[in-house]
Structure formats: structure tokens, C-alpha cells
Design a protein around this ligand. Structure first.
Ligand code: HEM
Length: 148
């Protein structure tokens, strides 16, 4: 499991107001980038994209993470929902780099110069700490499903 430095925690927390304001713009842009991959696009319910519901859910999850990155136990139920949905839709560890490669440039696209290298570096690290938690929980759920 990857962890993050105290400095990264502080930088990520400091971006919460910008995420509050621009989170949906960022995730909408993120999905545009992600869906250049047709196979990945096919995993998603496109009605929930058109209605804006899924970009809103992801923005909410990212904001909650930014606010709670130093007290991850607060995210427990939200993580359980993500894991359940990811297992339903067949998300695997190998998909996580694709989302990182869509999310980080989307942050830069929307925040522009406010997304300094320091901010993007901190979010890159933070992404992988959350990804590791999800990947481990999803691997366990797949193993339990296979055993059942
Ligand atoms: C740290 C990375 C990620 C976060 C924070 C995240 C977050 C979320 C959230 C909040 C939901 C909605 C759960 C609900 O219904 O309440 C969701 C659903 C979903 N996620 Fe992720 N996710 C991540 C990575 C991934 C990856 C790598 C993939 C694979 C390409 C993926 C594919 C999906 C799909 C297919 C759904 C269902 C969406 C739908 O109904 O159309 N996610 N995720």
C-alpha cells in the first residue's frame, strides 16, 4: 500500500475549495479523456454520463477524499459503495493507470495555472494511495465471489 507525505496531505487538503467549485468540470473532462478508450467507455452507463450523475458522483468522492485524506476511516462506507460498483462492472487493477492518466491532465485542463506541478504531483500520489485501497478491496471481493 502506498502512503503519502505530510506535505502531500496538506497540498491535497488545500485544493478542497477549488474541487468544491470545479469538481464536476474536472470529472466531466476526465471522462472525455478516459472515453477515448472505447473498451473502457463500454464499461460505463452512458445515461449516467449524459445526466451528469456519474461525473457528480466521482467529483463528490474526490472532494470527500481531499477533505479526509488524513482520516481515511471516515470514507469507509463510500469506499464500500465504490468497491461494490467496481466489482459489478469488472474494474481491475490494470484499469487504474488509465484513470490516473485521464484525471491528472483533466485537473490541469480545468484549473490551468493553479494546477502547479506541486499540486499535480501531490494529487498523483494521493490518487495512488486511494487506488491501492480500492484495488486491494476489489481483489478480495473477486476472490470471495470466486470461492462462493
Ligand atoms: C481512485 C480511483 C477511482 C475512484 C475514486 C472511483 C470512484 C467511483 C465512484 C464514486 C463511483 C460511483 C459509485 C456509486 O454508484 O455510488 C464509481 C463507479 C464506477 N467506476 Fe470508479 N473510481 C475509480 C477508479 C475506477 C477505474 C480505474 C475504473 C475502470 C475504468 C472505474 C470504473 C467505474 C465504473 C464502470 C463505475 C460504474 C459507473 C456507472 O454506473 O456507469 N473506476 N467509481
Amino acid at each position: 500500500m502506498r502512503t503519502v507525505s505530510q506535505q502531500t496531505i496538506e497540498i491535497v487538503k488545500s485544493t478542497a475549495p477549488a474541487l468544491e467549485k470545479h469538481g464536476v468540470a474536472i470529472t466531466t473532462r476526465m471522462y472525455e479523456r478516459l472515453f477515448e478508450n472505447a473498451e473502457v467507455k463500454a464499461m460505463f452507463d452512458q445515461a449516467a454520463q449524459r445526466s451528469g450523475e456519474q461525473p457528480k458522483r466521482l467529483a463528490g468522492a474526490i472532494l470527500a477524499y481531499a477533505k479526509n485524506i488524513d482520516k481515511l476511516q471516515a470514507l469507509g462506507p463510500a469506499v464500500q459503495r465504490m468497491v461494490a460498483r467496481h466489482v459489478d462492472t469488472g474494474v481491475k487493477a490494470e484499469h487504474y493507470p488509465l484513470v490516473a492518466e485521464a484525471l491528472l491532465p483533466a485537473i490541469r485542463d480545468v484549473l490551468g495555472d493553479a494546477a502547479t506541478d506541486e499540486v499535480l504531483g501531490a494529487w498523483g500520489e494521493a490518487y495512488w494511495m486511494l487506488a491501492d485501497i480500492l484495488i486491494a478491496a476489489e481483489a478480495q471481493a473477486y476472490a470471495e465471489n470466486a470461492a462462493a
